[in-house]
Ligand binder design. Structure first.
Ligand code: DAH
Length: 347
């Protein structure tokens, strides 16, 4: 029996061990044959030989089991060692990072500037009712924007896609009364489509309501904003009288520009470009929101964000801003870790 036990001990692999098990205990194995041979012995001999054989079989089975556990462990460890992850591999340096679209970046720039000037950000619903979009803003009943083919109305209802972020002026004043100092970035919608107009575009609204607010505050605020946004001092700004139903007096604010090598240069030259609309809040608008126009005055303004992007970053085709063309974004997009703040320099 010792020779069998030695063989088991010497087995190097699970396969070798299995071969031994079959040779010893299998159907034609040595011990199986010995068991069969017991039948030929006379009863006395069979009893003692049977007992001895059982002991032998038990020892061999036990040795096989022990060896099996030992070899299984060794083989598993070898397998694990072979499969170990090499964490020292260099990372893929060539992976391309995404960029922020100019729209996202400029919205952040605008927010940074107004925040640094003490404005609070406000938002309102893209789907609003006719009251907030027109009536409360003092827009007369027969204004062209109220036509069904000029704005997107929801069928058979009082609801529509807002045509301007001015709606949020009303929501804000209804909610908190005066004083107010907010900027409102957001999407607006109009039935329009050609090379310079798209049905959805972005605006940023501003509203300041308080006691003794004057036109000087409006002009100072917008001049500071424009110079900060274009990162230039002394940008010439022109106020041109205009009409908006929700402000009186109303203005359009222009800045000058020239074209150099096909590129737009802001702040120089004899051409004027409209940048935004603004004015002193109409007393009717204040009244509609429960604010006493004898006690409070305000100024408001609204700008088209696409126009600001195009003017600063030399983008000539507005549609590119919405197409999501990766090649274009690689060129015009901004690194995501670059937080825009010329505004830091403002006091
Ligand atoms: N809502 C105007 C527009 O969409 C922009 C505007 C002009 C907003 C004057 C104002 C404002 O708040 O005072 O064209």
């Amino acid at each position: 029996m010792k020779q069998y036990l030695d063989k088991i001990k010497a087995a190097k692999t699970l396969d070798q061990l299995e071969e031994l098990r079959v040779a010893l205990l299998g159907k034609k194995g040595v011990l199986t044959e010995k068991m069969k041979a017991l039948g030929k012995l006379d009863p006395e001999e069979r009893k003692t030989a049977g007992l001895a054989l059982n002991v032998e079989k038990q020892k061999i089975t036990q040795a096989l089991d022990e060896k099996k556990s030992e070899l299984s462990l060794i083989e598993m460890n070898a397998k694990l060692a072979g499969e170990k992850l090499d964490l020292t591999l260099p990372v893929n340096q060539g992976a391309k990072k995404g960029t922020l679209t100019p729209m996202t970046h400029v919205m952040m720039e605008i927010a940074a500037i107004f925040s640094s000037m003490g404005f609070e950000m406000a938002e309102g619903p893209d789907i609003d009712d006719v009251y907030h979009n027109f009536d409360a803003l003092n827009i007369p009943e027969h204004h062209p924007a109220r036509e069904r083919n000029a704005s997107f109305f929801l069928e058979d209802s009082e609801f529509m896609l807002r045509t301007e972020t001015s709606t949020v002026q009303i929501h804000k004043m209804e909610k908190t009364g005066a004083p107010v100092k907010i900027f409102v970035p957001g999407r607006v919608y109009r039935v329009d489509l050609d090379a310079t107009h798209v049905p959805m575009f972005h605006q940023c609204e501003g509203l300041v309501v308080g006691e003794k607010i004057t036109l000087q505050h409006l002009l100072g605020t917008l001049k500071t904003f424009i110079e900060s946004y274009f990162e230039m001092d002394n940008v010439p700004v022109r106020m041109r009288q205009h009409f908006f139903p929700f402000t009186e007096p109303s203005f359009e604010i222009d800045t000058c520009y020239e074209k150099k090598d096909g590129k737009l240069v802001i702040g120089k030259g004899d051409n004027w470009m409209e940048l935004l609309g603004a004015g002193m809040v109409h007393p009717n608008v204040l009244k509609n929101c429960g604010i006493d126009p004898e006690k409070y005055q305000g100024f408001a303004f609204g700008m088209g964000v696409e126009r600001f992007i195009m003017a600063k970053y030399g983008i000539t085709d507005m549609r590119k801003l919405f197409e999501g063309d990766v090649r274009w974004l690689r060129h015009y997009g901004f690194p995501a870790n670059e937080v825009p703040t010329r505004a830091e320099g403002l006091s």
